[in-house]
Write a protein that binds this ligand. Structure first.
Ligand code: ZN
Length: 285
């Protein structure tokens, strides 16, 4: 729900050139129309690749199509018309333009979800208090009794295959660059247990070239994060480099140390996921 859509502009007037993205007013959760309803309604004109809030009103959305012709058909048919399937509402539609603003400012305010249902990325689940404080202390003592390998910004210990990054130790303010774990290397489910200090994990999805969605979730100590499906295969994940995080208006200082235990299963055979655009196994097909 709280996707950052600052990369869209919403032109006034109908003389603007057609684009694959429609700005639709008088439509959204605040007028009782769910994203699922909007997607299914607009899908009658072609493949809808995203529905996003246009602003904070809850009454204006951006509908992104994969094809320009679908957006044009929906625009011609629906603009200014009573839509029976949407409770007879009159939709006001304009073409929405993607701004070519590639650079993301990490200090842009981004709503931080506390629970995964609020984050609303399919396949991403967060379980709070997955282990007890006593278990956390035991695990931290266990890893600290083993030698760490120094990387440029963090330390790791490997268990199992050497190329797996299975235990990461993050000094305060040191994060990870945005990445998708290589499809061909690891199976669908990736689990990550956070210990010692909290952090924020940001998710980014690149749509239609330059369109970027950003979402974030707060990972407290002792929580377990599961990445699977769409969340694992098509969203980049990232821990921003900051010493202080703002979470729903509260300032949270990173601790002197954060440890994560990440569990991945080595894949045998090529990845056959539905997200071929992001899939290294399916790149050459
Ligand atoms: Zn894949």
């Amino acid at each position: 729900m709280d996707s950052n859509l600052s990369r869209f502009t919403n032109p006034k007037g109908s003389s603007c050139s057609a684009t694959q993205n429609l700005y639709v007013a008088n439509c959204g959760p605040a007028v009782g129309i769910s994203f699922e309803d909007i997607k299914s309604f607009f899908s009658t004109f072609g493949e809808v690749v995203g529905i996003h809030v246009a602003d904070d009103s809850g009454t204006r959305v951006i509908v992104c199509y994969s094809e320009l012709t679908a957006a044009e058909a929906a625009f011609r048919t629906l603009n200014g018309c009573h839509c029976g399937a949407l409770g007879g509402r009159i939709l006001h539609i304009r073409y929405s333009i993607l701004q070519l603003k590639q650079k993301v400012n990490d200090n842009d305010s981004l709503f931080v979800s506390l629970v995964s249902s609020e984050l609303a990325i399919p396949g991403i689940h967060l379980v709070h208090d997955f282990i007890t404080s006593e278990e956390e202390q035991e695990l931290l003592a266990a890893v600290d009794s083993k030698p760490w390998k120094n990387l440029s910004k963090r330390r790791v210990q490997h268990y199992g295959y050497e190329f797996l990054y299975e235990v990461n130790d993050y000094p305060p303010g040191i994060g990870l660059s945005p990445h998708i774990d290589t499809h061909s290397a690891f199976d669908d489910m990736i689990c990550s247990l956070s210990l010692a200090g909290p952090c924020i994990m940001e998710f980014r999805k690149y749509l239609l070239g330059s369109c970027l969605l950003r979402k974030a979730i707060f990972l407290p100590p002792r929580s377990m994060l599961l990445l699977s499906g769409e969340g694992r295969y098509s969203w980049h994940h990232y821990i921003p480099h900051r010493k202080v995080d703002i979470v729903q208006g509260k300032m949270i200082r990173r601790c002197s140390k954060r440890v994560s235990f990440t569990f991945r299963k080595v894949r045998s055979g090529p990845c056959k996921c539905k997200f071929s655009q992001y899939c290294d196994s399916q790149k050459d097909i």
